[in-house]
Ligand binder design. Structure first.
Ligand code: SF4
Ligand code: SF4
Length: 230
């Protein structure tokens, strides 16, 4: 019901499925019936997604948001028709920059895997209601996106420090931590969404979860060597 419900994952999933353009219609800004002003959240999310699109070499005009009331039938028709014309001019997604389908698929997979992480690191900015139109276009920058993608954080459990208390595994929202009673715990890097929970919940006296930035994560300990002798 609310444009604020639209997640970057919806947008990039559509593009990954071959959709050439995504149009989001929201209620008029400053006329939301609720204190949440979800349409401002949607606007902010679109601005972020457009910069991510630029970062991966896509024309950001393939994503558009427009605001209108339920009585603005003509405005809606004009906005949608104008968008469809624009997308037809641009052609199939990726074609204007000559990006191959394989490369595009890899880029979308990379971005989609990082969406929970991106929402976490940009949380403060994403909560900003951009009421001043002049500040919107440069609220996010391509340089900022480059820096964000280059300094992605990973988490690693130091087998020397892990005491198998199982707190991290119980709190991981995506069950990305392998372990069990008396076993050194190991993060499945493919499944991890980089939410930072394990880093925050591992007791200070163990401090076994390490944050790694822009460096390869050490290989996981072989399963046969994970039993902890007390
Ligand atoms: S960072 Fe989050 S998703 Fe990744 S292993 Fe830790 S708790 Fe699980
Ligand atoms: S919370 Fe820390 S000590 Fe406990 S299992 Fe996880 S990494 Fe090991």
């Amino acid at each position: 019901m609310c444009s604020g419900r639209i997640d970057p994952e919806f947008v990039f999933r559509a593009f990954a499925k071959g959709v050439d353009g995504v149009f989001i219609g929201g209620c008029l800004l400053d006329e939301c019936n609720f204190v949440t002003h979800g349409n401002y959240q949607a606007l902010n999310m679109v601005l972020l997604c457009r910069k991510i699109m630029e970062h991966i070499g896509l024309n950001p005009d393939r994503l558009r948001i427009a605001f209108m009331s339920s009585g603005d039938g003509t405005v809606y028709v004009e906005a949608v028709n104008g968008f469809v014309r624009k997308i037809k001019d641009l052609g199939p997604i990726g074609s204007e920059q000559g990006i191959s389908e394989e490369k595009l698929a890899l880029e979308f997979a990379r971005v989609r895997k990082l969406i929970p992480y991106i929402k976490m690191v940009k949380r403060e900015k994403l909560e900003t209601q951009l009421r001043n139109e002049a500040t919107r276009e440069d609220f996010y920058t391509v340089e900022e996106m480059e820096e964000m993608f280059e300094s992605v954080v990973s988490y690693y459990i130091d087998p020397e420090k892990c005491k198998a208390c199982m707190i991290c595994a119980r709190n991981c929202p995506v069950d990305a931590i392998e372990g069990g009673k008396g076993m050194v715990h190991v993060i499945d890097q493919e499944a991890c969404i980089k939410c930072e929970t394990c880093y925050n919940v591992c007791p200070d006296k163990f401090g076994a979860v390490t944050k790694i930035v822009s460096e390869p994560v050490p290989d996981p300990m072989p399963v046969a060597a994970r039993a902890i002798s007390r």
